[in-house]
Ligand binder design. Structure first.
Ligand code: KG4
Ligand code: ZN
Length: 357
């Protein structure tokens, strides 16, 4: 089964062709990603209208290249998948409408993929990870712990009350004048900084529910920076190191709580899976490795280019759905918001807190 996947929910314009064999194994045949980082860098973050226009300009070329690299025509694929949300709605419309056009003209099945579901299923493309597993999804827009129990069967164990982890890295970088995107720059600075110099908080520490909160950490960092301004190079490195260490400690504590909840509700997970751009951070990867060992399971951390947004994950989620006959009609709507676990999202964190106290 060969599926074309299209991703346009944020600032990457991406298309890929993926093959799924009958035994459920996956293979990436092409994977083209065009990043818009330069278009947004001057603004210190993604500007939705600029993103949507940039997707319109390059998406057809990106798709053509993904198809050309495989040497197949549209008539030779088995389905077209596009991320239908959640994300910046202008971009989502561009990708989904393009997929609909191809599906209509070529008379192929359309699969409207949830972007978070695609992150969640990437471990099955790279490592054929069996259900159920615990997913730690940490990007610029999301910080979630999910139980992945089957295709379309996701239970959100935890989310963030305020900022996403990647967002906290980006805001820290902006505050310290490092540039965008902030994660890799903060990580670089932290390499030669002192993790103990600034006593930053570890929000939510020790709570039984596994939710995150990052905004207090961000504020504390700003106050420390303002107190010693103007900042020397060493000050910046020490602030970055102290910040990153606080995040690492938070991830350790929150995931321990998440793993406990997972065990109580679903038994032992088959893996701890990391996804999203933040999983590129080596200090965070190290702590995930430690957590997996502690929990008697293995860490599955897909290669960097599959942790960040890409078309292969959309194509793969499409293939997994198509294999089960889960296709969509041409009137399927793009969605800015689309929680993976709509029920958990509706009930909110409070009830979950009560349940695990
Ligand atoms: O998954 P992604 O490419 O896009 C979405 O946000 O959906 O994640 C990008 C985020 C940015 O906030 C970026 O600063 C963060 O991931 N990031 C990192 C690192 N590399 C990227 N955060 C910490 N350390 C890194 N090395
Ligand atoms: Zn993403």
């Amino acid at each position: 089964m060969i599926v074309l996947g299209i991703e346009t929910t944020c600032d990457e314009t991406a298309a890929a062709v993926v093959e799924r064999s009958d035994d459920g194994r996956g293979r990436i045949l092409s994977n083209v990603v065009l990043s818009q980082i330069e278009e947004h860098a001057a603004f210190g973050g993604v500007v939705p209208e600029i993103a949507a226009r940039a997707h319109v300009e390059v998406l057809d070329t990106v798709i053509a290249q993904a198809m050309h690299e495989v040497g197949l025509g549209f008539d030779q694929i088995d389905g077209v998948a596009a991320a239908a949300g959640p994300g910046l709605i202008g971009g989502v419309i561009v990708g989904l409408t393009t997929a609909k056009a191809i599906a209509l003209v070529e008379n192929k099945p359309l699969i409207a993929v949830n972007h978070l579901e695609a992150h969640a299923l990437t471990a099955r493309l790279t490592d054929a990870t069996p259900f159920p597993y615990l997913l730690f999804l940490a990007s610029g827009g999301h910080t979630q712990i999910l139980a992945v129990r089957g295709i379309g069967n996701y239970v959100r164990i935890a989310t963030t009350h305020d900022d996403a982890i990647g967002e906290a890295f980006d805001k820290t970088a902006k505050l310290l004048g490092l540039g965008y995107p902030g994660g890799p720059l903060v990580e670089q600075q932290a390499l030669h900084g002192d993790v103990r110099r600034f006593p930053l908080p570890r929000p939510m520490h020790g709570r039984k529910e596994a939710d995150f909160s990052l905004s207090g950490l961000k504020t504390a960092l700003r106050l420390e920076a303002e107190a010693i301004a103007p900042l020397s190079d060493q000050d910046v490195a020490d602030l970055c190191a102290s910040f990153q260490q606080a995040v690492v400690d938070v991830v350790l504590d929150r995931l321990r709580a998440g793993l406990k909840i997972f065990r109580i509700r679903f038994g032992a997970p088959n893996a701890l899976v990391a996804a999203g751009g933040v999983a590129a951070n080596q200090a965070i990867r190290n702590v995930l490795q430690r957590l997996a060992a502690e929990a008697g399971t293995t860490l599955v951390a897909p290669p960097m280019e599959l942790c960040t947004d890409n078309g292969a994950m959309i194509a793969w989620a499409g293939a997994e759905r198509l294999a089960l006959g889960l296709t969509d009609t041409l009137d399927v709507a793009p969605r800015a918001r689309w929680p993976l676990d709509e029920i958990a999202a509706a009930k909110g964190a409070l009830q979950r807190t009560a349940a695990y106290k």
